[in-house]
Design a protein around this ligand. Structure first.
Ligand code: GLU
Length: 306
C-alpha cells in the first residue's frame, strides 16, 4: 500500500482567497487525518500570468495559516522537460495532432459550451496530411491536441458520487500544449500527481468536469488513478458565489482583520467540520475531521462579517 498522499495545487495568478484556503484546508485535513503526506505544488505553467512573487506570497500565506508540507514545493514552471517527455510519449502512441486553428476560429464554433474558453473542437485539424501540416507550420506554430475516443469515462467522486462523461461528445479533443509552447493544465496535473505519488486529489467542484480528461490521460500514460473529492464552492452569507475579484476575501485584507486560527475556525465551521464559530488551529482539527461532515451544497461563509 502506498502512503496516503494529498496535495494543494494553487495557481498563483493572484493572492490566495478564502476559496483556495478552504480547498487547502480540506485537502490537508483529509490526508493528515489518515497520517499521510501533504504536498504543495505551484501550478504556474501559465508562466506570464503567475509571477514568482505571487507564488512566494502564497507559500508565506500558507505557512502563516499553519500549513506544513513534506517536501519542497514544486513549481510547474520548472518542469517543462518532464511535460515534454510525456507529450512525446503520447505523440509516439499516435494520440496527438497539431492544431493550427486560431482563437477566433475556435470561439466561432457552435458547440456546447464547456466554460469560458472551451468548446467541443470540430476536429478541423484532426486529419491534415503531412504536407498540409508542413505548409501551415510555415506561418503559424501549432497547438498540440489529444485525440479522444467516443467512450464513456466513469469515476466515483468522494462527495458527488458516480460521474460519467463521453469524451468525444462532451469534451472533444483537448489541448496538451498551446501554440505559444506553454503546457496545458490537464497534462501537467496528471504528470505531477503521478510522479509525486498523489493518492487523493481534493479540489474545487469547478474542476469536476475536467476529471474525465485527466483519467483518460492517466490511462494513456500508464499512471495509477488517485481518489477524487471535489468540494463545494463557497458563497457569501446571501448565497452568492465568491469571485476572485472579491478583494476583501483575499489574504491581503483578511490577514489584517483575523488571526490564522480565526480564519481556519471560521472556514471549518462554514464547511461543517466545526459546529460553532471558534478559533481553531489546523492541527487541532485533524482528529475532528470526517468527510461525512462536509456538505455537498454550496457552503455559506459564516463569521467573516459578511
Ligand atoms: N491549479 C488549480 C487551481 O488553482 C487546481 C488544480 C487541481 O487541484 O488539480 O484551481
Amino acid at each position: 500500500m502506498s502512503i496516503p498522499t494529498g496535495r494543494f495545487a494553487p495557481t498563483p495568478s493572484g493572492r490566495l482567497h478564502l476559496g483556495n484556503i478552504l480547498c487547502a484546508m480540506l485537502a490537508y485535513l483529509s490526508v493528515r487525518s489518515k497520517g499521510g503526506r501533504f504536498l504543495l505544488r505551484i501550478e504556474d505553467v501559465d508562466i506570464p500570468r503567475c509571477p514568482r512573487r505571487l507564488a512566494r506570497q502564497a507559500i508565506d500565506d500558507l505557512r502563516w495559516l499553519g500549513f506544513t508540507w513534506d517536501e519542497e514545493p514544486l513549481y510547474q514552471s520548472d518542469r517543462t522537460e518532464i511535460y515534454r517527455e510525456a507529450l512525446d510519449r503520447l505523440t509516439a502512441g499516435g494520440h496527438v495532432y497539431p492544431c493550427f486553428c486560431t482563437r477566433a476560429q475556435l470561439m466561432s464554433l457552435a458547440a456546447p459550451n464547456l466554460g469560458d474558453t472551451q468548446v467541443v473542437y470540430n476536429r478541423a485539424c484532426a486529419f491534415l496530411t503531412p504536407e498540409e501540416v508542413a505548409g501551415r507550420a510555415k506561418t503559424r506554430a501549432p497547438a498540440m491536441r489529444l485525440r479522444v475516443p467516443e467512450e464513456e469515462v466513469t469515476f466515483v467522486d468522494g462527495l458527488y458520487g458516480a460521474q460519467r462523461e463521453n469524451l468525444a461528445r462532451d469534451c472533444g479533443d483537448f489541448i496538451l500544449r498551446r501554440s505559444d509552447g506553454l503546457y496545458g493544465y490537464q497534462l501537467a496535473v496528471v504528470v505531477d500527481d503521478a510522479l509525486t505519488g498523489v493518492t487523493e486529489v481534493v479540489r474545487g467542484r469547478d474542476i469536476l468536469s475536467a476529471t474525465p480528461r485527466q483519467l483518460y490521460l492517466q490511462r494513456l500514460l500508464g499512471h495509477p488513478q488517485p481518489e477524487y473529492v471535489h468540494i463545494p464552492l463557497l458563497t457569501d452569507a446571501q448565497g452568492r458565489r465568491l469571485a476572485k475579484r472579491d478583494r476583501d476575501l483575499d489574504l491581503t485584507a483578511l490577514s489584517q482583520r483575523f488571526t490564522p486560527e480565526e480564519i481556519i475556525g471560521r472556514l471549518a465551521c462554514s464547511a461543517g467540520v466545526l459546529d460553532e464559530v471558534r478559533p481553531a488551529s489546523l492541527e487541532s482539527l485533524i482528529p475532528l475531521f470526517d468527510w461525512a461532515k462536509v456538505k455537498r451544497e454550496d457552503l455559506r461563509l459564516t463569521g467573516f462579517g459578511e
